[in-house]
Write a protein that binds this ligand. Structure first.
Ligand SMILES: [Zn+2]
Length: 179
């Protein structure tokens, strides 16, 4: 169903998609939008990279063993002995002056890890997970804000629907023609 042109009275109005602005204005808008689009892409990539990052890591058993012994107050001297001979009975170290009794289990466990030599699955540290969530939220907020800022620009470079007369070339806005 076509609408007759009110301007020339002869032509017929048909749907047409045209740019809202002149070509140089479109080009300038695209150039201005480019940094925003790049920044949005950057945010998306960072967000995805953070999200897919595992919350558990495989750490060499030796490293975990050393860290756990240090964390439980085992002296460097004892640690050296455990590393040198992981087959030695952990109970021996209870005789060492200043050896914390509570660390016995940890030394036993560390000896086992050193004997196995296999990687150990450990959760990434709590505060690092927190930092990860904060960073995720920041990228999400920044990306969304940039999208909202760039949106008017994107709408400007998008084509709009108008009614075009095939005889006198008159252009009628769709919304106006309906009103
Ligand atoms: Zn016309």
């Amino acid at each position: 169903m076509n609408i007759k042109c009110k301007i020339c009275g002869a032509g017929v109005l048909t749907d047409k998609r045209i740019y809202r602005m002149s070509s140089p204005a479109i080009l300038i808008t695209y150039i201005l939008l480019l940094p925003y689009l790049a920044a949005i892409l950057f945010c998306v990539i960072c967000f995805v990279a953070l999200t897919v990052q595992p919350s558990h890591l495989y750490v060499p058993g030796r490293l975990v063993a050393l860290t756990e012994m240090r964390e439980h107050g085992v002296s460097e001297d004892v640690i050296r002995q455990v590393v040198a001979d992981p087959y030695r009975d952990a109970a021996d170290y209870l005789q060492v002056p200043g050896f914390p009794k509570t660390a016995y289990g940890w030394v036993k466990d560390a000896s086992q890890k050193l004997r196995d030599g296999t990687p150990v699955e450990v959760a990434t540290q709590g505060h690092k997970l927190e930092e990860k969530r904060v960073a995720e939220a920041c990228y999400f907020a920044l990306g969304t804000t940039l999208c909202l800022v760039a949106l008017p620009g994107l709408l400007l470079v998008m084509k709009k629907r108008v009614l075009h007369c095939n005889t006198c070339n008159a252009v009628v806005e769709c919304t106006k023609s309906r009103a």
